[in-house]
Write a protein that binds this ligand. Sequence first.
Ligand SMILES: *Cc1c(COP(=O)(O)O)cnc(C)c1O
Length: 391
Amino acid sequence: MRDFTAELEQRKQAGLYRTRRHISGPQQPVLTADGKRLLSFCSNDYLGLANHPSNLEALRDALPKTGLGGAASHLVCGHHEAHHFLEERLAAFTGRSSALFFSTGYMANLGVISALVGRGDTVFSDRLNHASIIDGCILSRAKVRRYGHGDVGSLAAMLAETSGHKLVVTDGVFSMDGDVAPLRELAAVCREHGALLVVDDAHGFGVLGPRGQGSVAEFGLSEENVPVLIGTLGKAAGTSGAFVAGPGVLMDYLVQKARTYIYTTAMPPALALATCNSIDLIEQDDKRRIHLQGLIDRFRCEAKALGYSLMSSRTPIQPIMVGDNWAALALSRALEERGLLVTAIRPPTVPAGEARLRVTFSAAHSHEDLDSLMQALADCRHLLAGEGVAV
Ligand SMILES: *Cc1c(COP(=O)(O)O)cnc(C)c1O
C-alpha cells in the first residue's frame, strides 16, 4: 500500500503541511480561533456582510416560509421559487439576460467549463487561474492550453493557430495576487478569434465596478463582450453559493448539460432569499466600498514604507510577498503572537518560491484595526531580512 504517513511527513519537512483552525462564533474581523481572540485579515468577507444583522434577519424570516432543506435536485423537485427569485435578482443586478444559481463557485466552474467544451475542443486558461477552473478544464476533456498570466499577446497567437470550438477562461480578480485581468483586451481577442469568454469574478463581485457589479462592469463590458460571467456568493455577498449569468440560451444549455448543477441537491431556499437581501445591501451602499478602498490605499502606502514587497493590486487582496515557505510561516506566527491572524499561502496554491501572506481587507475593518496590523508589521520587519525586504 502507498505510504500515506511518509507523504505527510515529507509535507511537514517541506513546510507545506496544512492544519485547520477551529473558529467559534460568527465570521467578523475579531475572531475566536482555537479559543484565542485574533484580529483577522484573511477572510473573503470583503464587505462585512457574512454577519450583517439584516442578512441574518432575512434568513430568519425566510425559514418558516421555505423550511430548511433543499430536498432534491433542481431538475427533480428542488427548484424552489426562492432560487428563481435570486436568479432574477442576480441577472438584473449584473445587467444580464439570465442567471443560474449553483451550490458553490467550485461547482459552477466545473459545471460550466465541462458543459461548454469537450473532447476535440480547446480551452485557454490563464496560468494563475483558480484551482476550480483548472479542475473544470481537466474534467472537460478538451485540450488545455495555459497562457502566461494576463498575457493577451501570447493568448492571441495561440488562438490564431487553433481551429474548432475555443473557450477562454480567466479569473476577473486573481485570488492570490489580487490583480485584475485585462478584460477589455481579452474580450477583443476572443471576439476576433471566435472564442467564448468566461470570466470568474469571485473576488470582483460586490467589490469592483458601479454599485459593486464586478470587474466586468467596471470595464464597461456587457454580455456581448463577456458572454459567461461567474460570481460567487460566499465572498463579498457573505452568504453561500455561486451563479453564472449570460444569454438565456447558454443558461438553458447549462441546465441541460452542467453535471454539477444537475446531480446535486438544491441549496436551502432560505439561503437564496437571504442572498437576495445581501444583493440589496451590495447595490445600495457605496459607503462600504469607499471605506474598503480607503483601508487598501492606506495599507499599500504604509506597508511599502516599511519595506514590504507588495503586488500590483488595487483590490482587497493585498499579498505580502515572502518567497520561502518557512519565512512565510514565521511571519504569520509572529503576527499571531501579536494578536493578528494572517495566513501564509504556500505552494501548490501559489507557484514554488512565491510563498506569501495573503492580507485581505473587509469593510468591517476599522482604521484602528489597520493601525494594529501596521504596528505588528513594523515589529516583525526584521523577520524578512534577506527575503527581499529592505530593513
Ligand atoms: C473562491 C473561488 C472559487 C470557489 O468559490 P466557492 O463558492 O468558494 O466554491 C472559484 N473561483 C475563484 C477565483 C475563487 O477565488
